[in-house]
Ligand binder design. Structure first.
Ligand SMILES: *Cc1c(COP(=O)(O)O)cnc(C)c1O
Length: 397
């Protein structure tokens, strides 16, 4: 069966994690910063911890933080748990990014930070975002911190420069569903050393050092995920996750959509074990993104005949963390493809303002809701020849 996504893990990664040298976290910080054109990287246990820590460290509290309605729920949780209020902006259905006219209107005198997310790897218009943020900062007479959320778009570019460089800070996450994995983990990168040094100091004073028990748990998780995604047994993984609730026990530890919740170890620093895996994966970045682009192109062409399906665009500089289409009857399509041995995803299946924990804010966003109910994402991590063979067999015959 063709998997929904692949973390690109194998036995060599497990041995890397087992037999790593010390100091891998610092090396991972340097390598990520270098790879994506930033000055400094500061590692965190999760992407969400990195976002939460940034607001805490900057003394942003009781403020409004403007962010997209259609993104990973943990971003809103990071805003809430840092003592701030998320203000949700609806998306544009052409590329699933924030509607920038609504974004502009959402910034008030209470706004202290904004999160620009390049959803599914589609670069946002960074010139316009920077201009809006600068104008509003001047108007309200205080700094509005611009955070680039690069979790879907590690190396995406706007007009030839990395999107991560077009703000005060960028956030990356490395769980197994991202472009590159370090088992878990997150990072902030900075274009300047002053802010980075301040955040690093705050992190070391407020997070507990990594422990060997955490490293051991991460090792076991790495082993389990590598096995689950092994092509020889992936069909069983699909069955356990889609036809039973068995695997929920594992994933619910890290992610609860409907509650404002962080995992228990969110304040324990990233382990060298994790960084060792991230460092091993990093040289594969270019080939991982090339495959994603080839597959996005293959799906875009293959689905041109499906008249009532809305394909996501092909865009210069995009990295395709996912390649999505909106379909009228999502479950029927997912079941039909599963019968043809291909596992589709339905990411992101909620609009954050409609989640029970944010419903009181009454900020419903119709486009975000529509996307959450009708999107499917097609596999983009398999070698593109395999995807093209599947297309030739099932869509072209
Ligand atoms: C994955 C993700 C995060 C944070 O990820 P963690 O699971 O906390 O490491 C933040 N923003 C977006 C858009 C994401 O996809």
């Amino acid at each position: 069966m063709i998997p929904r996504f692949s973390p690109h893990l194998d036995i060599a990664d497990i041995s890397e994690a087992l037999f790593h040298r010390a100091g891998r976290v610092e090396e991972f910080e340097k390598s990520i910063a270098q790879q994506f054109g930033a000055r400094v990287g500061v590692a965190f246990p999760y992407g969400r911890t990195a976002q939460w820590a940034f607001f805490k460290c900057m003394g942003i509290e009781g403020a409004e933080i403007v962010m997209p309605a259609y993104t990973c729920s943990v971003v809103a949780h990071a805003v809430s748990l840092s003592g701030n209020h998320p203000i949700f902006v609806d998306i544009d259905l052409s590329d699933y990014n924030m509607d920038l006219d609504q974004f502009e209107r959402a910034i008030t005198e209470r706004t202290r930070s904004v999160i620009a997310t390049h959803t599914f790897g589609y670069p946002e218009n960074c010139d316009r975002i920077r201009e809006i943020v600068e104008t509003k900062s001047q108007k309200f007479g205080h700094k509005i911190w611009l955070m680039q959320d690069c979790c879907h778009c590690f190396g995406a570019k706007w007009k030839g420069d990395y999107v991560g460089n077009q703000g005060d800070v960028a956030v990356y996450a490395f769980n197994v569903s991202k472009h590159l994995t370090s088992i878990f983990g997150g990072m902030l990168t900075f274009p300047d050393e002053g802010t980075a040094a301040k955040v690093r100091k705050w992190r070391d004073e407020n997070l507990a050092p990594a422990t060997w028990t955490k490293a051991l748990k991460r090792m076991l998780y790495l082993g389990a995920v590598t096995l689950a995604f092994d092509p020889r047994i992936y069909k069983a993984t699909w069955f356990l996750s889609e036809r039973t609730k068995f695997l929920n026990r594992f994933t619910k530890t890290f992610h609860l959509d409907s509650q404002i919740h962080f995992p228990g170890d969110y304040r324990i620093q990233m382990t060298d074990t994790e960084a060792a895996v991230g460092l091993k994966k990093l040289p594969q970045y270019d080939s991982i993104i090339r495959t994603r682009k080839e597959n996005a192109e293959a799906w875009f062409d293959a689905l041109s005949g499906q008249r009532d399906w809305q394909r996501a665009p092909l865009v210069e500089g995009a990295t395709y963390s996912h390649y999505v289409v909106r379909v009228p009857d999502r479950d029927a399509v997912i079941n039909d493809f599963a019968a043809k041995n291909i596992h589709l995803g339905n990411l992101i299946q909620y609009s954050i303002p409609d989640l029970p924990c944010y419903a009181d804010l009454n900020q419903s966003c119709p486009n975000s809701k529509l996307a959450s109910q009708s999107l499917i994402n097609l596999p983009v991590t398999e070698p593109s020849e395999r995807i093209r063979r599947w297309i030739a067999k099932y869509l072209k015959s």
